[in-house]
Structures are given as C-alpha cells and as structure tokens.
Design a protein around this ligand. Sequence first.
Ligand code: PLP
Length: 382
Amino acid sequence: MIPVMRPWLGREEAEAVAATVASGWIAQGPRVQEFEAAFAAAIGTPHAVAVSSCTTALHLALIAAGIGPDDEVIVPSLSFIATANAVRYVGAQPVFADVDLVTQNLVPETVRPWLTGRTRAVILVDQAGVPADLAAMRALCDPLQVTVIEDAACAAGSSYRGRPVGAGAVLAAFSFHPRKLLTTGEGGMITTGDEAIAARLRRLREHGMDVSAADRHRSRQPVIEHYTEVGFNYRMTDIQAAIGLVQLRKLAPMVARRRLLARRYTELLSSIQGLVTAGDPPYGETNYQSFWVLLPEESAVSRDELMRLLAESGVSARRGIMAAHLEPAYADTRTSLPVTERLARHSLILPLFHEMTEAQQDHVVSVMTSALMSAAPGMPVR
Ligand SMILES: Cc1ncc(COP(=O)(O)O)c(C=O)c1O
C-alpha cells in the first residue's frame, strides 16, 4: 500500500534518542531548551515555547490572548477539529467562517461578516501548509483589537512574503504530529515576539510554576517554587526534542523534495480537466504538507468512490480537510458555508512523502486518470 504520508526518520534520530536516554534526563530539560532556540532561529522569531501538541499550543495561545467565556473567536470550519475545540477549552464560542476556494484559508471577505462586538480573536489557519494572508487579516483585525492567532500546525517550512510562516504573528502554533513534515511523534510549539507572553506560556505549560523543574534540579540550593495561576501539564519531553533537533535540520530538504513531487503531480494530473490542485498563493510558498485535489463539479465519480478505487489499487488516500460545523460536536453552531462544504465533500488528499518514488507517483496518477476518465469514456471529465 502506498501510504498517504510516511515520516522521514533515520539513524540520526535513533542515535539522538539513545543519547538522551543515556544522559539520564528524559523529561523537559536541556534538549527542549535547545530545540526551542533552534526553532525560534529557524522561524526568525524571538521566542519559541515547546508544548505537547499543537492542540495544547492553541489552548495556551488563546489563554495568553486573554480569551475567555462570552468571547467569540472566528475560526475556519474547514480545519482539523482541534482548531475549534481549543476555543471551547477556554469557554469561548467558535464562530465558523467560510474560506477561499483556492487557498482553503480564511480571507478578510469571509471573516468580516462574522465580526461582532464580542469578537476577540481570529484563528487563521495555514491549511495543508498553504500560507494564509496574515497581513491582510491583521489589517482588518488589529484596528478592532481582535487578536489574530496563526494556526500554523501544518506550515513549518512554508514561507509568507519572503519569511518563514509564523514570523509575523503575535502568536503562532505549530504541530509536530507525524502527518506534518517535521515530527517529534507528538509535539507542538508556540512562537511569539513578546517576552512577557513567552514567560507566561512557559509557566502555563508547567502547572503555573514560577521555577521550572529543570531549573530547580540544576540549582545547588533548595528552591521553593510557587504556583502563580492554574496551569497545565503540556510539556514536551527531551526525547521528543532530541528527535525534533535532527528533524529541524532536515526541514529544508523535506520541503524541497515535496515541492518537486508536487510539481510533478500537478503536471501529470493536468490532463484531467476541471481538477483543482493545491498550489502556491501569489504571496508565498507552501510546504505541500498535504497535496489535495478538488474534483470537478460535474465529476461522474464521487470522491468516496474514487477513494475506494484508489484503495483497491494499493493507494492510501484521505478525504480532504474536514468541516467542523458538519460534525455532531458542533451541531449547535450549524450554519451554511458553501465553499467549505464543497471542499469537504469533493476533495481528497493524495500520497506525498519524502521517500516517495516517481514510480509510486505514476501509479497514483494512473489510477486517478483512469477512474476519472473512464467515468465518461472518451470524454475528459469537466
Ligand atoms: C490546522 C490544524 N490545527 C491543529 C491541529 C492539531 O495538531 P496536534 O495533533 O499536534 O494537536 C492539526 C492537526 O492535524 C491541524 O491540522
């Protein structure tokens, strides 16, 4: 079976883990600190705070932005459900806005109609790695004191107006789940330019403690810690950070390889008329975290049937990005989002991973082409 994604892991990661275990310090410690510094440098942001996942990163980012009960936060429904769930964690109300069909991201035109006196934040997702237009969203939101939090879960290695995604955000959250390019198994990172916010995030991820466990351990004198507010255990381990340090060094070649394979997909699939494929927006470059395709509106083959045909031919595809507002957990917020609904029902994600061969890619393309072309024999599918 050709997997939809396979992380690019090797001996270097294994050796880094072995060295961490041998050091005797496996919980959050020196390697987490080193990973944070390296990640901040790679993004070009002053501070990076490592956490256990992007979900927990979003939770803490919302707390740091001062979001709480009675507040509204505008989010795309077209996102992994964690984006909306994080809003609920702080007791606020997620308000779903539609997305742009080409980038699959929120844009000012889709957000503006949902702004109210209770709107306190917008979570701007760089969906599938495609950078969202942060400056355009901030131009709308900053004058209204609405904080734009960037959900860059998928976007480590993508660029926006010549800088790494996340660099221009007040708060940005990243994921290191294995479906992303850079993985630590589970893991996340929050980046920010604000030193006081970074210090608070470090306390919040560790039970609200004013001295980290690692610092207490290093001290030659007994240190009595204090708990300044109710916090969480959202720590990353040194084992994860050791993997992350190796993976971060491999991020550039990962992006280059994915972009090459994505270009090849785009060319090979261009014979299918009306098929829309993931690509760069005019203002940035995607890391192609997911290579999604949107079926033509009049396609005779449904997305689910196509996925079944692909599976029968040894290709593991996935449905496109989900729509949270269509899920039972959000039944109370039901609204009509036409672009989101079309994308959620008619798009799928094709296999793309660092070690994918051209032969594997040719196989995926041939199954796609014959399925979509044979729907109306002799006729291109429009
Ligand atoms: C846009 C988006 N936000 C948040 C998350 C949650 O990330 P994690 O699995 O690291 O909690 C994901 C994961 O797929 C995602 O795609």
